[in-house]
Design a protein around this ligand. Structure first.
Ligand SMILES: [Fe+2]
Length: 226
């Protein structure tokens, strides 16, 4: 895991329940840079909260964030992304070959995917198959947060072994999502199951907890994070 890369951040002003405007975006980005983040993936919710952005619009949003940060002299590389919500709309997008907003990892495109937090998601297997068919790798956002998936360590391991990469929400390590998510996050960390870390930042005041999370992770895996 590289703490210099933040794979999951709600920095696009007005796109979702994250940043409410350019001032908040710059404040959050400045805070991330101060923590040592070099590259941030801006990942508005997609196919949730009524969001249904064309891939080109997601890229344009990231471009506008990059311009904003350059103007404010915040030294942070911005990568276009989205947090795709697993469900019928995502299945339809995949099966009808709609363009996705992907990022490169290990020489092939990947997308960030979230499940509903409290229930088994409809169509999740079809999503897995459709992504594999399209040659797109899946990164599961914050697996430690899902009540049903997380209730069984074996099930989480099965997802991981089926090829889904895991993204840790850093705040989970210090209890941002409750005690159970904290325990799961620490367990999965100790097992080395996470490929990526993410802030999942929504508001400037999330930065304080993020500072604690970075410290906690460095303490847990001395020399294991960069
Ligand atoms: Fe998120």
């Amino acid at each position: 895991m590289d703490l210099g890369i933040d794979l999951h951040a709600h920095l696009v002003p007005g796109a979702d329940d994250g940043s409410r405007g350019p001032v908040e975006t710059v404040e959050m980005a400045r805070g991330l840079a101060a923590l040592g983040v070099r590259r941030v993936h801006v990942t508005p919710h997609q196919f949730r909260y009524g969001n249904d952005f064309p891939a080109a619009e997601l890229s344009a949003m990231a471009g506008r964030v990059a311009e904003l940060l350059a103007a404010a002299r915040v030294p942070l590389e911005v990568v276009a992304g989205a947090e795709y919500c697993c469900g019928e709309r995502f299945v339809r997008a995949l099966e009808s070959n709609e363009e996705l907003c992907t990022f490169e990892h290990d020489g092939r495109p990947h997308v960030l995917v979230e499940f509903p937090l409290d229930r088994t998601v409809a169509g999740v297997r079809r999503v897995g198959h459709a992504l594999a068919w399209r040659g797109v790798g899946a990164v599961l956002a914050h697996p430690e947060r899902y009540a049903e998936l997380g209730a069984s360590l074996e099930r989480m391991h099965a997802w991981h072994e089926a090829g889904w990469l895991f993204q840790l929400n850093l705040g989970s390590l210090v209890g941002a999502h409750g005690g159970e998510a904290r325990a799961r996050a620490r367990r999965l960390c100790a097992e080395g199951r996470y490929a990526f870390a993410g802030s999942d930042i929504h508001r400037p005041w999330d930065l304080e907890r993020l500072r604690l999370s970075h410290a906690a992770l460095r303490e847990m895996v001395p020399g294991g994070v960069s």
